[in-house]
Design a protein around this ligand. Structure first.
Ligand code: GLU
Length: 286
């Protein structure tokens, strides 16, 4: 086991897959990086099943993901949590924001909104006459949100100019990802987020929500994505191939190389992880 001199024994990281299918080579990268980072810092690595977007949930995918992680020798700490079992937490957070007048009902349909650019604020001062609220938006503050990303470097995002007031409760009645992820990271005491770079642009919105909910926002690291031949993120939606678990070492090495390292010539998963931990500690340990 590598030894890293650090006072970060309170490190709490997480892997938060959406169970819309099995893990694939792209999602393994985020799982691997968050796992290594937690282990190198002698922290906890929690598993959170993000099954809040029920139309996208595939029954049994949560169990498959857990099985896949176990087969790759990636054992999480504590009991996993399922977002679908935490609805009262999200309601309480929503109520807190609403009590501070930071939430408003929005009647706009997709057709009424510009194709891109921030929400124009149509309903921010009240619903147009005769219209009913469909979704609920968080009122964002003006100004540039600045933070450091451990992989991507220093970041600046102007949420008002890019997203504008964003949805925290959807028109179909479901809680939006942006809200639940902040509530859960806060409730689970997460100190470090390590996830795919597609979520970098969500970070400023999440930081803003965290501030208004009175929770600490974790340190972030957004790791590279695997792209398909057309340059799109490899995802379950564009039919990324499932991981090959009959050859766990080559599957692990592929994710490892995507993280910018030379392949490891290990004989088994145990030695793969030992070496990977050492290398990760040299680069990203404190
Ligand atoms: N559930 C999200 C996904 O699978 C990840 C959320 C996060 O790490 O913040 O893409």
């Amino acid at each position: 086991m590598v030894s890293v001199s650090t006072s970060s024994h309170a490190y709490r990281g997480r892997f938060a897959p959406s169970p819309s299918g099995p893990l694939h080579n792209g999602s393994l990268i985020a799982a691997m990086a968050s796992f290594l980072d937690a282990r190198v810092h002698h922290g906890r690595w929690l598993l959170r099943i993000e099954d809040i977007d029920t139309p996208r949930v595939v029954p049994g995918a949560d169990k498959t993901i857990m099985q896949q992680l176990r087969m790759l020798d990636m054992q999480w700490d504590d009991d996993p949590v399922w977002q679908s079992q935490r609805l009262p937490l999200y309601q309480a957070a929503f109520d807190k924001l609403a009590a501070q007048d930071e939430v408003y009902g929005c009647a706009c349909t997709r057709q009424e909104l510009p194709l891109d650019g921030p929400y124009p604020g149509t309903c921010s001062q009240g619903l147009p006459p005769g219209r009913k609220a469909r979704a609920w938006r968080f009122r964002v503050s003006q100004g540039v949100e600045c933070f450091h990303d451990r992989w991507q470097g220093s970041q600046q995002q102007d949420v008002a100019a890019t997203s504008g007031d964003f949805i925290i409760k959807r028109a179909d009645g479901l809680w939006a990802y942006q809200l639940v992820v902040v509530v859960d990271d806060g409730a689970q005491g997460i100190t470090h987020i390590v996830r795919g770079a597609d979520l970098l642009e969500s970070t400023a919105r999440q930081r803003m929500l965290a501030q208004h909910l009175g929770v600490n926002y974790p340190t972030v690291m957004h790791v590279p994505l695997l792209l398909d031949a057309a340059g799109r993120k490899l995802s379950k939606q564009n039919h990324a191939a499932a991981m090959d678990l009959t050859r766990p070492l080559s599957t692990l090495n592929r994710a490892w190389q995507a993280l910018g390292f030379e392949p490891l010539s290990s004989h088994d998963t145990k030695t793969f992880w030992e070496t990977a931990l050492e290398r990760w500690a040299n680069r990203y340990g404190q």
